[in-house]
Design a protein around this ligand. Structure first.
Ligand code: NDP
Ligand code: GDR
Length: 334
């Protein structure tokens, strides 16, 4: 019988790649979707007709219990979250409820439906934002957390709770501490996609400048398609353990901008304006993964070099805008 997976956050970047990956592995894939008329659901339907949908919201305990009862999944991937870091200062309480308490509600739904001897395997989307102000680099599974945003704090809560349910109830519950991962399906508010869209608009004469915040922050950027494989490998392992997932390399936003404009044959200094108002109340200056444990225990490695990833995103946005697509309308996804 095909294994059954339930994915929260299926309408997001990672949800779409994970659903594709699990379908290719022969899974029956269910996605939890919220809202009365969520436009992202029709985008998902166009891309992945084979996914089944259950209605639910991480804010609503009963809806999660109903979804788990209906789907009876072998595996639950909890990707749903308020995931944009600046929004977590503007709506800190909502971020705590969705990104933090949502983890508790999902774990409780599993515990209530399947009892103490639950065989449902649970994946929590933890984040390198939990490291925040780093005390050592590169960061491993043992690096202490010092989150720098309400988002990072909420993720740390979800991370420790997942660990606690593993220890308290013997659940197969694991967290992937994923570093930034990007793709042509990345939301337009995140810096890589903001830059690739900005470059495409400038190249096509649709914009004259691109305003950005902190150009000195450094991130470990990889390709989302690689990272969803790691999620599946974690739930397929013999033992439930947490893993750091990243490339092991780090670049600054300035280097990202240089690569993206370069990919379109443009000089970034002619177009980029550093805008102080886009700086964050507290910044994460440097992130760089040490993915050794994932490499040795899961056989996982990132496959796409940074420059190739950025070129891919710029080319994709040039095609999207040339074809009249509107990224703000969630209309098209490659
Ligand atoms: P996206 O922002 O693209 O997707 C977020 C998803 O969460 C959407 O499907 C959204 O659905 C859903 N969601 C929001 N609020 C709720 C709610 N109340 N109930 C149920 N679902 C909700 O994120 P990514 O795909 O980039 O990331 C996936 C997960 O991984 C997130 O938890 C993120 O924090 C985490 N992460 C991401 C990293 C990255 O670099 N991409 C790195 C590390 C962790 P809707 O369509 O209804 O809005
Ligand atoms: P991040 O990603 O906060 O790391 O969280 P984002 O792409 O938003 O920012 C990365 C870095 O770029 C700097 N920056 C800008 N960022 C944005 N969005 N817009 C700008 O104009 C801009 N200018 C400079 C930021 O200050 C920051 O240092 C992402 C999300 O996917 C989280 O959900 C996830 O957990 C982490 O990655 C790992």
């Amino acid at each position: 019988m095909a294994k059954r997976a339930l994915i929260t956050g299926i309408t997001g970047q990672d949800g779409s790649y994970l659903a594709e990956h699990l379908l290719s592995e022969g899974y029956e894939v269910w996605g939890l979707v919220r809202g009365q008329a969520n436009p992202r659901v029709s985008r998902l339907r166009r891309l992945l007709g084979d996914v089944r949908l259950a209605r639910g919201d991480l804010l609503d305990q009963g809806s999660l219990i109903s979804a788990v009862e209906r789907v009876r999944p072998d595996e639950v991937y909890n990707l749903g979250a308020i995931s944009f870091v600046p929004m977590s200062w503007e709506q800190a309480e909502l971020t705590a409820e969705v990104t933090g308490m949502g983890v508790l509600r999902m774990l409780e739904a599993i515990r209530v439906i399947s009892g103490a001897s639950s065989t449902i395997r649970f994946y929590q989307a933890s984040s390198s934002e939990m490291f925040g102000q780093v005390r050592e680099t590169p960061q491993t599974e043992r690096t202490p957390f010092h989150p720098r945003s309400p988002y990072g704090v909420a993720k740390a809560y979800g991370h420790f709770l997942t660990q606690n349910y593993r220890e308290s109830y013997g659940m197969f519950a694991v967290s992937g501490i994923l570093f930034n991962h990007e793709s042509p399906r990345r939301g337009a508010e995140f810096v890589t996609r903001k830059v690739s869209l900005g470059v495409a608009r400038i190249k096509l004469g649709l914009a004259a400048e691109l305003r950005l915040g902190n150009l000195e922050a450094r991130r470990d950027w990889g390709f989302a398609g690689d990272y969803v494989r790691a999620m599946h490998l974690m739930l397929s392992a013999d033992k439930p353990e947490d893993y750091v997932i990243g490339t092991g390399r780090t670049q600054s936003v300035r280097e990202l901008v240089e690569a993206a404009f370069g990919a379109a044959g443009l000089n970034w200094q002619d177009y980029v304006i550093a805008d102080q108002s886009l700086h964050r109340p507290a910044e994460v200056d440097l992130l760089c993964a040490d993915p050794k444990k994932a490499r040795t225990q899961l056989g996982w490695e990132a496959t796409m070099p940074f420059e190739e990833l950025i070129s891919l995103m710029v080319e994709s946005d040039l095609r999207l805008l040339t074809d009249g697509g509107d990224p703000d309308q969630d209309s098209s996804w490659p």
